[in-house]
Design a protein around this ligand. Sequence first.
Ligand SMILES: Cc1cc2nc3c(=O)[nH]c(=O)nc-3n(C[C@H](O)[C@H](O)[C@H](O)COP(=O)(O)OP(=O)(O)OC[C@H]3O[C@@H](n4cnc5c(N)ncnc54)[C@H](O)[C@@H]3O)c2cc1C
Ligand code: FES
Length: 284
Amino acid sequence: MRKTRDTVTFALQPVDKPIVTCRPGQFIMLYAFGGGEVPVSVSGIGSATLAQTVRAVGAATNALCAAEPGHVVGVRGPYGTDWGLHAAAGRDVVVVAGGIGLAPLRPVLLAALAQREWFGRIVLLAGARSPADLIFASELTLWRRRGVDVQATIDQPVREWNGHVGFVSQLIGRADFNPSRATAFVCGPEVMMRLSAKALMSRGMAPHDIRLSLERNMPCGIGLCGHCQFGPLLLCRDGLSSVTHEPSWPAGNHRYLRRVFATSARRGAPCASWSRMARRASAQ
Ligand SMILES: Cc1cc2nc3c(=O)[nH]c(=O)nc-3n(C[C@H](O)[C@H](O)[C@H](O)COP(=O)(O)OP(=O)(O)OC[C@H]3O[C@@H](n4cnc5c(N)ncnc54)[C@H](O)[C@@H]3O)c2cc1C
Ligand code: FES
């Protein structure tokens, strides 16, 4: 199913063994035959299907997005750790998504809605470059009807848009949640996550209540190749979500990063993937 001009959501069904259950936040290695293999987060978890939402940016993702219904793709996984939504029970849930970042966060929202009584307010702040780039746009209305406080924003004003204009991090200041008893789940481009973490902390949220999903190139996904080594951690193996530490994140300082991620690991919510910065940092 095409979601935007360059983004497609697939419902994957097994051709042999049943699909292994995934947890929100985990990722799958998807192989487009002849196109290559890439990590893609799970965007929906059904009893017999897995949904994955892919933005076409290069050879493998273009091949995946061009696949027609019935096409066979290779699947490995799931890998990585989950968002740890259960730890937010009894608290407000604040989901901050930039662009394709809403895909890995969709299972968080669906799981929170499935156990609605466990949580306080549920707030979704979603940003996109333009209305046409807003993924799951039709679901935003459904989630709003189910009691989610949904705020969407686009980067630049356009005639057909009456909503917020500006970066998604700018919505955080006036979002309706209790910072002292909220857990935030953030995914999007690195700069968006940094600004969002800063804005959440300006509202008074504790750093360890802010979970981030960070990305990097992951060739194997199973802790073998070492490409995703990050201080003492292998990010593909140790997880997808992380806990930020202070507003200056991400800083290009290796010792600092080791401290951030070692802290995350000790908290039992390790980790992350994230490439260019880690590589730059370890080169310093
Ligand atoms: C854990 C994890 C989960 C991910 N989940 C999703 C998802 O749910 N949906 C989705 O569409 N993508 C997701 N990605 C990103 C996806 O894996 C990349 O877009 C893909 O690897 C690009 O491969 P390609 O061969 O199509 O393009 P390439 O030829 O490898 O790259 C094409 C262009 O895209 C850029 N690019 C490559 N990888 C990334 C990246 N990770 N982030 C930003 N730019 C990149 C390159 O710099 C290049 O300019 C995830 C990545 C990781 C590590
Ligand atoms: S991607 Fe190979 S070790 Fe993590």
